[in-house]
Design a protein around this ligand. Structure first.
Ligand SMILES: NC(=O)C1=CN([C@@H]2O[C@H](COP(=O)(O)OP(=O)(O)OC[C@H]3O[C@@H](n4cnc5c(N)ncnc54)[C@H](OP(=O)(O)O)[C@@H]3O)[C@@H](O)[C@H]2O)C=CC1
Ligand SMILES: O=C(O)[C@@H]1CCC=N1
Length: 271
């Protein structure tokens, strides 16, 4: 069977998505070529059954994939795309997961008739629990949109946006968000240690509390604020803790500043 998809870059995010696609059966490993210069990461992709290549120069001359997924760092995009211009202005759709880099950059290098999709995934895609947000240009056919949406659904939930400018905010919230949550686990663990708990107990209590609360927020169908109130006894311990966390300089303000810093960085990466 012919190659349907070329994945360029198989690091943290590329591999997370690739593994989910293959496990879902939505695409077969032998329909995928992975281009990755790092030998260890290339071997990891080969172990999934994909054909692998160290660089674009070794790709077959007659290659005509439906999709090329660009999963390299934003700083490398322009240099990398220069090796894929032969696929531009044609039927091959380019899907980029790079933060910041806008459609305009792709069109400048590949040609303005190239179908381009931007997707902002997040790392829980590695376990099929990702948030995948998609923006597609008018050049992208319904068939290509449907194929990409179906493929991405193997990695988690899929949402679409119609305004590319929102991609910076999306990146700052769901793209980077797992980093904030992992840090929240670290911070609660540190606080538990400071409160006198042994290291292992501190880590276990923090992780299970965040896991249990997140699953409950998803599965109960209740608003987080309602769930919070169920924990908060009148003049009790939670109220005392939340007085700090929900105070003027509390978590909402901190997260607003956090998201804004990430959004600004996304804009910088794209300029
Ligand atoms: N990590 C995350 O949680 C998320 C990442 N993203 C986006 O995904 C993209 C990749 O990020 P991430 O996976 O974390 O980064 P990684 O550095 O883990 O992966 C990128 C990979 O691309 C390889 N690479 C470099 N040049 C080429 C080339 N010419 N051809 C093929 N592969 C190449 C790199 O190899 P080498 O290291 O040898 O240079 C590396 O293995 C970024 O644009 C990022 O913005 C989006 C959402 C979430
Ligand atoms: O940190 C980054 O720039 C990438 C994009 C979103 C998550 N990781």
């Amino acid at each position: 069977m012919s190659t349907r998809l070329v994945l360029v870059g198989c690091g943290h995010m590329g591999h997370a998505m690739l593994a989910g696609w293959i496990a879902s059966g939505k695409i077969a490993a032998h329909e995928i070529i992975v281009v990755e210069p790092n030998e260890v990461l290339r071997n990891r992709a080969a172990a999934l059954g994909c054909t692998v290549a160290p660089d674009a120069g070794t790709l077959p001359q007659d290659l005509a994939p439906d999709i090329i997924v660009i999963a390299v760092k934003p700083q490398a995009i322009e240099e990398v795309l220069a090796h894929y211009t032969r696929f531009g202005n044609g039927k091959t759709a380019f899907v980029s997961i790079a933060a910041g880099t806008g459609v305009a950059t792709f069109e400048k290098i590949l040609g303005d008739k190239t179908p381009i999709i931007r997707c902002m995934p997040n790392i829980p895609a590695a376990i099929g629990k990702g948030m995948m947000v998609v923006f597609a240009t008018d050049r992208v056919t319904e068939t290509a949109r449907a194929f990409v949406a179906d493929l991405l659904s193997a990695s988690g939930e899929v949402a679409t946006i119609d305004d590319e400018k929102l991609m910076d905010a999306v990146t700052a919230v769901s793209g980077s968000g797992p980093g904030y949550v992992f840090h929240f686990i670290e911070a609660l663990t540190a606080a538990a240690r400071a409160a006198g708990l042994p290291d292992k107990t501190a880590a276990r209590l923090a992780l299970q509390t965040i896991y249990g609360s997140a699953v409950m927020a998803v599965e109960s169908g209740e608003e987080p604020g309602v769930l919070r109130q169920k924990v908060t006894s009148y003049k009790g311990t939670t109220a005392a803790g939340l007085d700090v966390l929900m105070g003027e300089n509390g978590l909402t303000r901190l997260l607003t500043e956090t998201v804004e810093a990430a959004r600004k960085r996304s804009i910088e990466l794209g300029s």
